[in-house]
Design a protein around this ligand. Structure first.
Ligand SMILES: [Zn+2]
Length: 487
């Protein structure tokens, strides 16, 4: 891109910001820091890093180039990964060493996006009507860009933390599998990312009707289990159909699945979440949310029916996502298959889900095959130093907005870290409309104001967590407090 065009774009950006008045300077960092965060964000979003068609290496290299230019020594920057296209970057900013390091994690791969599915180019950072649009704007390149922008700022200020601050931007979170950056780093370079605890995606701010209602802190997550439903049949000529048809059998099984719901229930984290939501909510659901927090089945049914997100918080879910069948237009099908994607509560086992699916399918001709070797992860202990620091940074920016510990429905790399003994907290301070979450979907976006507020929030939060404070010391001495729903 030519310099002229670049400055032209930046000029346009300024006009848009002024025009819409979306960026209130009170809750954001100074202009120069916002511009830096914006430029890194734009650079990251515009590099295609879809997990099958793209590469994360150019993102890692772009971050490395900025760090080198800012004077980070080569010995503190690591770029590498499972395969050449799937590089991760890990950078260490040295502290006094009084405390064990903190790890700041974000993934730099994205879910695929097709131009024809979007109303604009998904690999341009488009700013429109007060939003940044583009694949990865929310998941997870905002946090990746903000970690780097803030680290550059700490360096510029000469900030001296009491612990090393490690930033790791990693590959293949979306695809999982053998090239996952966090798994690869844990296995091959644990020393680079070893830390007392980590901050990651998975917890964001929730707003409703334009009002901020909670700043979520993710401490546990559901895990993914995939099944393949298979029906085999001897087939035959389509001119002489018989009743026993693989496609019809599969369709009937899927119909039964579509009518089924796993039991509604809460665990320690989600019960606390609904109690908090009851305090925040002013609408007709207020009473029901409080009852859910106390275990009422009837209230759970109404709450689950009111919102897909609440439904997914209250139960394990399984849904058909892929379908294949038959081999010719004029032949009876010999094989029909469906992939069923389950998002399982940490306390529900793989065996339980598989047994339940078999009962629901209720046809021994329909095989329910488990794919892969899924494993649930433990919840992170609710460390008082992390909770206190998140609450303090939240109160400073958004007075009155509560911090709510949550379990998320999606999966993150935090699970691998938790299994490896590094408690991980999903926290971003970037607010999204809870009824319009577009991660993985069409026209993914982040409000411009929210992006810059997230920058200010994470800037404060990491600084607080990097200094010895009475809260941090007490937490370090007392160790774990409690760890809900471990099993
Ligand atoms: Zn993500």
């Amino acid at each position: 891109m030519s310099t002229m065009k670049k400055s032209h774009l930046f000029y346009l950006t300024l006009i848009v910001l002024l025009d819409f008045g979306r960026v209130s300077a009170q809750t954001t960092r100074p202009d120069a820091e916002r511009k830096l965060a914006h430029d890194i964000y734009k650079e990251f979003v515009e590099i295609q890093s879809g997990f099958t068609t793209g590469a994360t290496t150019p993102v890692a290299e772009a971050a490395a180039a900025r760090l080198r230019a800012a004077g980070f020594p080569e010995s503190d920057i690591f770029v590498g990964g499972a395969v050449p296209k799937k590089s991760n970057i890990v950078v260490r900013y040295h502290g006094t060493g009084a405390l064990k390091p903190v790890l700041l994690l974000a993934h730099i791969d994205v879910v695929e996006a097709k131009r024809e599915d979007w109303s604009m180019d998904p690999f341009q950072l488009n700013e429109r009507d007060g939003f940044f649009y583009g694949r990865g704007t929310g998941d997870d390149k905002a946090q990746a860009a903000l970690w780097i922008a803030n680290l550059l700022q700490y360096k510029k200020e000469g900030f001296k933390p009491d612990r090393d601050i490690i930033v790791a931007l990693t590959a293949d979170e979306e695809g999982g599998g053998p090239y996952n950056g966090v798994a690869w780093l844990l296995k091959n370079h644990r020393d680079l990312i070893d830390s007392e605890f980590a901050l990651n995606e998975g917890g964001w701010g929730e707003s409703a009707g334009g009002k901020k209602i909670s700043n979520d802190l993710q401490v546990s997550e559901k895990y993914v289990v995939n099944f393949r439903l298979e029906v085999r049949n001897k087939g035959g000529h389509s001119s002489m159909p018989v009743a026993d048809n693989a496609i019809y059998r599969l369709a009937a099984a899927l119909q039964r699945l579509s009518n089924f719901g796993f039991p509604l229930k809460t665990n320690e984290v989600t019960a606390a979440y609904f109690q908090q939501m009851a305090k925040i909510e002013s609408g007709p659901m207020k009473e029901d949310l409080a009852r859910v927090g106390k275990g009422s089945q009837e209230a759970m049914q109404r709450v689950a029916a009111a919102s897909p997100a609440w439904n997914a918080t209250l139960r394990t879910t399984c849904v058909a996502t892929l379908l294949e069948g038959g081999h010719a237009m004029n032949a009876l099908p010999q094989l029909a298959t469906a992939t069923v994607n389950c998002r399982v509560l940490p306390e529900d086992s793989v065996e339980y889900v598989q047994t339940t699916l078999r009962k629901v399918v209720a046809d021994d001709q329909v095989e329910v095959k488990l794919l892969g070797e899924p494993a649930p992860g433990p919840a992170s202990a609710q460390r008082p130093d992390v909770l206190a620091a998140v609450s303090r940074a939240t109160e400073a920016l958004w007075p009155g907005v509560p911090v709510v510990p949550i379990m998320v429905m999606g999966a993150t790399d935090g699970k691998a870290l938790r299994i490896a003994g590094i408690p991980t907290y999903g926290v971003q301070g970037i607010f999204f409309d809870r009824d319009d979450i577009r991660f993985h979907g069409r026209d993914e976006r982040v409000a411009v104001q929210s992006f810059y507020e997230g920058q200010a929030f994470l800037y404060d939060l990491v600084k607080t967590l990097s200094k010895t404070t009475p809260v941090a010391q007490a937490a370090a001495h007392n160790g774990r407090f409690y760890s809900p729903q471990q099993n």
